[in-house]
Ligand binder design. Structure first.
Ligand code: ARG
Length: 466
């Protein structure tokens, strides 16, 4: 008997129906165990909830339920201790675990798959996996938020040129810049959390596609596994991979943000701009040019968004035109998600490390801010407020003054009051303070603006929320 059981355990579950051994070619491509073994914890949690429900509904006995749970817990331990041999022949994580259960507890393992299918099983596992991956991502995002706030706190009065089109636009506080990163990554966190809210319906119990004739309690398993409700439609449930797309999209958006910041820091670090220092911990040398310190890591970050966007498009393309219900096509969802997830986690760790090893070149930032007639808008605003001009007239007058300064090769602040009066006779000495960069920054007191006061307040608001 023992020998027979052993032989049985060596065969695929469908061997009564499918007599020939799978072509080795198919075994190679059809098996997903190398990838979906990452779902083992969720798979076991799902199975335990399932058999507890089956017992509560009197579908299986107390003894069978306990035996199965005992076996599953043993398997959990084996896998987490790396003491489990995964077998490609059993295709995926679900079958590997079921097969092992037979080996541990014998024939009663056969009750575990009552009223369920791998189709509902895999989505349940995967939703739970994405739920906890989201938590991990958000913890990493929180680290970046904290590092950005730290940089902001240290640089409230650091003056830098704000750019549009990469041309000097208006002076800003560097802290305001870092607080912009905080907004960006907080939004990413919310996007990930929203996804979890949408996916939080439990697929377990819809079985292959049409539900089951067993008197199961889907509300019970749903609650046990931390979902809000069971899903409403069995066909939709096994067909739906929207939660996968939502996750991949959110990863894409987040890595797009990282890519933008990386590019920005690459520009700031370039010899032309020279606005920041990076410590030796985050730069690399050249094999031929001895003087080089290159921002390779930032370039790595900039490039990786290409991978995550590609993954989103892979999944969209797989789903496009796919009729409802389960198809093998969908099996690739896990590989795609795991790759995107791992890429993002790497990127988040690297970005955080860079933020911790970055310092502004304050002198150079100020010098650059002090060029390009950067306070011209302030002058126009001043004319509106003090000399009763419409903004359009004031804009014109200021442009004339900028033209004049350009011709004289002078900065705005180097113009004398006599020179200014020649263009706008109403002007008095008072106007000269308008060209002061800190004065300009401090005047931007509108909500969300760059004034030192505003920035300080924003930082402390965020710190209270942490
Ligand atoms: N490994 C499969 C997947 O991830 C599980 C579902 C298999 N269902 C099936 N009918 N072949 O897609």
């Amino acid at each position: 008997v023992i020998i027979m059981a052993k032989n049985k355990n060596n065969q695929a579950i469908w061997n009564t129906r499918i007599k020939k051994k799978a072509s080795t070619l198919f075994e190679k491509v059809g098996s997903s165990i190398d990838i979906d073994k990452r779902l083992y914890k969720e798979d076991i949690l799902g199975s335990i909830a399932h058999v507890e429900m089956l017992f509560k509904q009197k579908i299986i006995s107390f003894k069978v339920k306990n035996k199965i749970i005992y076996g599953l817990q043993k398997i959990e331990k084996q896998i987490s201790k790396n003491n489990f041999e995964f077998n490609k022949k059993y295709e995926d994580i679900h079958m590997n675990i079921e097969k092992k259960l037979f080996q541990i507890i014998g024939d009663e393992a056969g009750y575990i798959h009552t009223a369920r299918s791998r189709n509902d099983q895999v989505i349940t596992d995967f939703k739970m996996w994405i739920r906890s991956a989201t938590k991990k991502i958000n913890t990493n995002l929180e680290k970046i938020v904290r590092s950005s706030i730290k940089l902001a706190e240290k640089n409230i009065e650091t003056v830098m040129p704000g750019f549009t089109h990469l041309k000097n636009a208006q002076p800003i506080s560097l802290a305001h810049y870092f607080m912009a990163y905080v907004e960006i990554f907080r939004r990413d966190q919310k996007r990930f959390i929203n996804n979890v809210e949408i996916l939080n319906e439990c697929p377990l119990g819809v079985a292959a596609l049409s539900g089951t004739s067993f008197n199961i309690d889907r509300y019970y398993t749903s609650k046990k596994l931390g979902f809000n409700n069971p899903t409403n439609n069995s066909i939709d449930t096994v067909s739906d991979r929207d939660f996968v797309l939502d996750f991949l999209y959110s990863v894409s958006v987040c890595s797009m943000h990282i890519s933008r910041i990386a590019e920005e820091l690459i520009i700031w670090y370039s010899d032309g701009f020279n606005l920041i220092h990076l410590s030796d911990k985050v730069v690399t040398g050249s094999s031929i040019m001895p003087q080089k310190k290159n921002p390779d890591l930032l370039e790595y970050l900039r490039g990786k968004s290409g991978i995550t966007f590609g993954n989103l498009f892979s999944m969209l393309t797989i789903l496009k035109g796919l009729p409802l219900s389960y198809f093998k096509d969908m099996q690739d969802d896990k590989e795609i998600v795991f790759r995107s997830h791992d890429t993002l986690i790497n990127c988040l760790n690297i970005l955080d490390e860079i933020l911790k090893n970055l310092s502004p070149n304050k002198k150079r930032m100020f010098e650059l801010a002090d060029t390009g007639y950067i306070t011209a808008t302030d002058l126009a605003d001043y004319l509106v407020k003090n000399h009763k001009m419409s903004f359009r007239n004031a804009y014109q007058k200021t442009a004339e003054i900028v033209n004049f300064a350009e011709k004289k090769k002078k900065k705005l602040k180097e113009l004398t009051i006599e020179e200014l009066k020649k263009i706008e006779p109403k002007l008095t000495h008072e106007v000269l303070k308008i060209f002061d960069l800190k004065n300009s920054i401090n005047s931007k007191k509108s909500y969300g603006g760059t004034s030192f006061e505003n920035v300080k307040k924003m930082i402390s608001n965020y710190k209270k929320k942490q």
